[in-house]
Design a protein around this ligand. Sequence first.
Ligand code: AMP
Length: 282
Amino acid sequence: MKMETSIQGLSASLQTARSARKIIGFVPTMGNLHQGHLNLVREARNLCDVVVVSIFVNPIQFGPNEDFESYPRTLEQDSHLLAEAGCDVLFAPSVEQMYGQHQRLTNISVAQITNDLCGLQRPGHFDGVAVVVTKLFNMVQPNYAFFGQKDFQQLAVITQMVRDLNMPVEVIGVEITRAEDGLALSSRNAYLSEEQRKVAPNIYQNLKLAEQHLHQGEALVKVLADLRNALSEVGFEVDYVEARTPMLENVEQFDKDIVLFVAAKLGNTRLIDNLQLKYIQP
Ligand code: AMP
């Protein structure tokens, strides 16, 4: 595995692959890798000739009071894991390399679906994501890009942007990787105390319970209210508990495929999760 820290170095590393028309797969990450990230890499390995992974903690997608400074940075450990998982090129640029070359005047803003869910609590977050992903796409020029369904809204935003702007890349959503107790793997889980880590799987457990109640015919509003209450009762500060269609449209009832979304804090740690539910005609 090669590691590149400059845009020129990345281009040089990919030149042979490009001229040989190899299929390039790309997995953008912020590092501190876990099995969730590595499953994206494995998926890319299965589908593509060359696998590129980026590790970049993107300052412009963090709000002023968020965890940009304290976000775990574990490049050496990450590079070993990536080599084992079959990554060919690791791109780990500095903030200076990504944003310091000249003043940026261009923003990328996907309307509507970013004014909801995490977009409400994190203003500007998805613009920051859209900008960095576009820059990375232009640098890597991948055929396929892999994103986790863990960040369902982010996947929807990137899919929309790629479609709207005719970006020549196919976006692939990869299912959520969970710990044995159901907690969705996340770099931010490292912030949890031992006690909080025991409470955290309640999100998934209650999402599954909600699914069961919906399949038994309980009303969606009631199920969402119960889910919110159950999480508050075990110590979460709930940001939102919502249901949307997979295209992030509002839903009143469980009469089509839906996605249940949760964002909730344990102490200062904000966790997100979601569950896709298939509607089965009675
Ligand atoms: P991050 O490093 O948190 O920006 O995540 C990089 C990519 O990994 C994103 O596409 C995430 O959705 C994906 N990802 C993170 N955690 C998981 C998980 N538990 N399961 C599947 N994908 C994940």
